[in-house]
Design a protein. Structure first.
Lengths: 195, 101
């Protein structure tokens, strides 16, 4: 009973939050609504008994990912609205129909495949975090190491990409200076192309 | 009033559809990244639910790796977005036509 109440409550909250994220025109509203939605999603993980996954969801998504987004948004002029024009409605309709067919197959998949066996069955004697650790460091050790290398590569890429021209502040400069800087950028790039 | 696997899969599908709507209607690249995060989270719910109802840890493992992929995607994507913004001053998807595609 309580599980049903929790499920429907958090399902409604998550859907509302993500709808706000998708539909709002303000970047700051979208960011905060998505942070709230991420925390509500972790509730599902706790209901499902995946305690460690719920904790990771809160730490990684609302802690790290949202902080990166908030940090990145400081670089952009978010007060300026991006004009969202829809030029080709037929394209969107075709894409939507394709996506709907795909989703039907995704939902049908667990009904079609009924004779599944558990590879790593859940043992209720040990806690979730302990069991996750045992499975992760025995059966999934190579993917775990690959994920670690991937995160390192992503970190270096982020530092290198965002760290360029860090000494120039776009928010404190006037529009003319920014335009001048962009001109020098394009000038440099044309010079590079000439060489 | 028992919550079954189908409830969670329907919720996952609804959230995935919301993310797809976001991917299709957004022209602001930052908002497009938000929509991809919603897609990844919708899949994570489905993974955790299947893991619980089938009694298998594999679903949770895949959810972990999806979270790791999402984190690195944000780092690289936002870095590229910052470079693009510094060069052009825009984060509009329609104006990224330097490849004449």
């Amino acid at each position: 009973m309580f599980e049903a109440i929790a499920f429907y409550l958090f399902a409604a909250l998550t859907i509302v939050m993500f709808t706000i994220t998708v539909m709002t025109s303000q970047a700051l509203y979208a960011l905060t609504a998505m942070a709230a939605g991420m925390i509500f999603i972790s509730a599902f993980f706790f209901i499902l008994g995946a305690d460690f996954l719920g904790a990771i969801q809160i730490i990684v998504y609302t802690g790290a990912v949202m902080a990166i987004y908030a940090f990145g948004m400081m670089f952009f002029d978010t007060t300026r609205n991006v004009v969202e024009k829809r030029s080709n409605p037929r394209f969107v309709v075709v894409l939507g129909a394709l996506a709907a067919v795909l989703v039907v197959f995704i939902v049908l998949a667990p009904i079609v495949t009924t004779n599944l066996n558990a590879n790593y069955p859940i043992d209720l004697a040990v806690g979730n975090s302990q069991a996750i650790g045992m499975v992760l460091f025995t059966k999934y050790l190579v993917p775990f190491e690959l994920a670690a290398v991937m995160l390192l590569v992503a970190m270096i890429a982020g530092i290198v990409l965002a760290g360029k021209k860090m000494d120039k502040s776009l928010t404190l400069m006037t529009e003319e200076d920014i335009a001048l800087m962009h001109d020098s950028f394009t000038h440099e790039s044309t010079q590079e192309e000439a060489h | 009033m028992e919550i079954t696997l189908t409830h969670y899969l329907v919720l996952s599908t609804v959230l995935f559809a919301i993310g797809l709507i976001g991917v299709m209607r957004r022209k602001n690249l930052l908002m497009l990244f938000f929509a991809t995060e919603i897609l990844l989270n919708a899949v994570n719910i489905g993974m955790a639910a299947i893991s619980h109802y089938r009694g298998d840890y594999t679903g949770q493992m895949f959810a972990f790796f999806i979270i790791a992929i999402a984190a690195s995607e944000v780092a690289v994507g936002l870095g590229l977005l910052i470079v693009w913004y510094k060069r052009t001053g825009k984060i509009d998807l329609d104006q990224m036509t330097s490849m004449r595609g």
